[in-house]
Design a protein around this ligand. Structure first.
Ligand code: HEC
Length: 98
């Protein structure tokens, strides 16, 4: 009896932990979508026309993303930037910027 209860409680913990991990968007999941266009290490010109983001400074990246986020134009980046919080934008700048 006791053993099966322990097993039950352990299972609940495992399931909750998995849910938390799956639901919280981790940094790598946030930027995984970017990699399709910007390259694995942000080393490519997205669609042949963006700057190479890894050569940009932290502040340049943050400014660009904030600008896309606020823009009213229908640019590709607006769609992606508008889904990022200011905190995530800051984090992207910090990690990817040089
Ligand atoms: C569908 C392709 C695509 C995806 C996905 C994408 N981008 Fe972009 N990105 C572009 C293009 C194209 C530009 C150039 C500006 C423009 O034409 O709108 C750009 C520009 C940028 C710039 C500014 C560089 C410049 O040229 O001034 C940054 C920073 C950036 N993207 C970051 C990101 C981040 C971070 C993500 C993921 C959240 C992302 N991008 C996802 C296509 C993409």
């Amino acid at each position: 009896m006791a053993a099966s209860r322990v097993f039950f409680i352990k299972s609940i913990f495992k399931i909750s932990f998995t849910l938390v991990v799956l639901c919280a968007p981790s940094f790598s999941s946030i930027i995984s979508v970017c990699k399709n266009c910007h390259g694995k290490n942000f080393e490519k010109r997205a669609l042949g026309r963006s700057e190479i983001v890894r050569n940009m400074s932290k502040q340049e990246i943050i400014n660009a993303l904030e600008r896309f986020k606020k823009s009213k134009s229908n640019s590709i980046m607006r769609g992606f930037a508008s889904r990022l919080s200011d905190k995530q934008i800051e984090q992207i700048g910090k990690v990817i910027g040089k």
